[in-house]
Ligand binder design. Structure first.
Ligand SMILES: [Zn+2]
Length: 334
């Protein structure tokens, strides 16, 4: 509430980068990518505090243009830390794509935008980047973190060592990211809707209703997720489960084991009823293989299964790959 902080934030306002975004113009090419994302998080916050419409527009347009025209299939962006011309990433599949910090910051920005207006599409991006980039940025055997996640065939990920001789920005954002897996699973809105945005096994207390919930799932390896109200005072409210756009509407919802026809709205399957303790709502999503083209290049494609981007395993970094190239084998591999 002290206006001097707002005046100070104004001193940091970068006209060259931010003015075009407020006009919904993409002039991001050749700007250092991760330097820009926090500026838009800042504008999002100023918009929340002051209602300044242009700052909200800039934050939303930046998110839209980065996720739709500058992002690789794993949700990361930038080649050698820099934005390129929109829809040109197929020409930038290099050994230095997708700095981790960029995605860490894009996820923060996503949370702001969702809080203004719930929309499943925002968490479609969040899930993609979380599962395919953030989760992949740590070496499960050593705990080391990547700076880049290269999409070039055969390029290895260079993990930080666990000695104290590496502490880049992405080591810091990496550590923080792995303490935040539970941060965005459940949400509530002002109208009392209970949202499930990410399908991750979790227990939570829901303070507004003095309730407790459990989410059980093997997703993204298995298609079903079940939410149980383990503690609840009986009441009527909507429960909204995110339906990813890639599901193509092929979603099944059941309540206490009986098929239910949810209302589908803004990327959610919504069931409003009188809920009581012990009630279960389950969702099944189609984990079919599918092909996705790169923005701006229909010939450069990725293969996905549900939210997961498939990759060929070329073995350990230290050994040269000398066997046949991995291949997808099946009756109908798209
Ligand atoms: Zn970084």
């Amino acid at each position: 509430g002290d206006p001097r902080w707002l005046r100070m934030a104004g001193l940091f306002y970068d006209n060259r980068v931010l003015d075009p975004l407020a006009q919904r113009e993409d002039k991001l090419a050749n700007f250092h990518a991760n330097t820009q994302v926090p500026k838009l998080i800042g504008l999002a916050r100023i918009h929340e505090l002051t209602g300044d419409a242009a700052k909200g527009t800039a934050a939303r347009f930046f998110w839209e243009t980065v996720t739709q025209h500058h992002s690789y299939v794993i949700g990361g962006n930038a080649d050698r830390e820099y934005f390129t011309e929109p829809d040109t990433i197929a020409d930038h599949i290099t050994e230095q794509t997708c700095e981790h910090c960029n995605t860490y910051n894009m996820l923060k920005l996503t949370r702001h935008l969702w809080s203004w207006q719930p929309d499943g599409a925002l968490f479609d991006y969040y899930e993609r980047a979380h599962l395919n980039h953030v989760m992949a940025a740590q070496d499960p055997s050593t705990g080391g973190f990547t700076y880049m996640t290269p999409l070039m065939t055969g390029a290895d990920r260079a993990y930080s060592t666990t000695k104290d001789d590496a502490f880049w920005c992405c080591v810091g954002s990496g550590m923080e990211s792995h303490a935040k897996h539970g941060e965005s699973i459940f949400w509530e809105s002002g109208d009392g809707t209970f949202y499930v945005n990410l399908y991750i096994p979790a227990d939570a207390a829901w303070a507004a209703r003095k309730a407790a919930v459990t989410l059980e799932t093997g997703y993204p390896f298995t298609p079903e997720a079940t939410l149980t109200f383990t503690k609840l005072r009986t009441g009527t409210f909507p429960v909204a489960l995110r339906v990813p756009r890639w599901a193509g509407g092929k979603v099944q919802v059941s309540v206490n084991g009986k098929p239910e026809t949810p209302r589908i709205e803004r990327g959610y399957a919504i069931v409003t009823r009188r809920w009581q303790a012990g009630d279960r709502i389950a969702i099944t999503l189609p984990l079919d293989l599918r092909i996705e083209a790169t923005p701006g290049n229909a010939q450069t494609v990725a293969i996905l299964r549900g939210p997961l981007v498939l990759a060929a395993d070329l073995g350990a970094n230290e050994q040269k790959w000398e066997r046949a190239d991995p291949a997808l084998v099946g009756g109908d591999v798209l």
